[in-house]
Design a protein around this ligand. Structure first.
Ligand code: ADP
Ligand code: ADP
Length: 229
């Protein structure tokens, strides 16, 4: 069933950040939210991960209302926030924080299932062979994929990414976008990334939502994409 956003509005005092935003994303697809700075992308993502309360409207995942809930939502950031001196594997393991607590993972007391989740996540993002490498010796694109692996370890039902390729060179950006698309497919995981680079979005996204001044300008799949986007 996927993700359904229904009539979301967010007001900050006199500023309307989002106005009557509605769209749906099919289960397991990689969707891209496009829009210039100030369009409302960050506000939308913060509502989806439960960090911001909408003024009105609802968010539904697979038919269940998840408005104001942080559970089941994984997040990938523009600055990946990894622990530089730790390995890709240890960084992926910190994704268990929400369920098991950070201390257990630092004390090397993590249960076998957590270790398996971390290894499976690294495999999904194509970094199993690099599991033991320190992330500060990895490329920016690889680091961002470790960030995706860490989010996967939480076993989210929805994956969100706020400008995940904004600080990457074109080749790394392509690798990361491909990784999102493949991960969504392999795990049947509905994924939504905000982006301001239209060309990269067009090349790698499957569903597109165009925002302008807090309103939806365009919603559609690749085949419905018009040259104007
Ligand atoms: P971006 O375009 O990368 O989202 P913004 O400048 O829009 O960057 O926002 C950066 C941060 O500042 C966000 O956390 C946002 O909530 C906050 N912010 C943006 N605009 C305002 C504002 N007018 N008043 C207060 N906080 C704001
Ligand atoms: P984008 O991520 O597309 O740059 P934002 O969601 O950050 O857009 O911002 C949408 C609008 O809401 C902007 O006008 C911004 O200044 C305003 N805004 C965002 N966060 C806040 C905030 N915390 N307080 C006041 N205004 C905000």
């Amino acid at each position: 069933m996927g993700l359904r956003i229904q009539d979301l509005t967010k007001e900050y005092g006199d500023t309307t950040a989002l106005s009557g935003v509605s769209f749906e994303i099919p289960d397991g697809s990689f969707a891209v939210v496009l829009g210039e700075s100030g369009a409302g992308k960050s506000t939308l993502l913060r509502i989806l991960n439960g960090l911001t309360e909408p003024t009105s409207g609802g968010v539904y995942l697979d038919g269940q209302e998840i408005t104001n809930s942080r559970s089941d939502v994984g997040m990938v950031f523009q600055q990946h926030n990894l622990a530089d001196e730790l390995s890709a594997y240890d960084n992926a393991l910190t994704g268990t924080f929400n369920r098991t607590g950070f201390v257990r993972s630092l004390l090397n007391l993590q249960p076998v299932e957590d270790r398996e989740l971390a290894l499976e996540a690294l495999e999904t993002v194509g970094l199993l062979d690099e599991a033991g490498q320190r992330v500060d010796r990895m490329s920016g694109g690889q680091q961002q994929r470790v960030g995706i692996a860490r989010a996967l370890v939480q076993q989210p039902a929805l994956l969100l990414a706020d400008e995940p390729v904004a600080s990457l060179d074109p080749a790394s950006a392509e690798a990361v976008m491909t990784c999102f698309r493949e991960t969504a497919k392999k795990r049947d995981l509905t994924t939504l990334a905000s982006l301001h680079q239209v060309n990269i979005a067009r090349e790698f996204g499957e569903q597109f939502i165009g925002l302008k001044d807090g309103e939806v300008m365009f919603v559609g799949s690749r085949s419905e994409l018009t040259p104007s986007i």
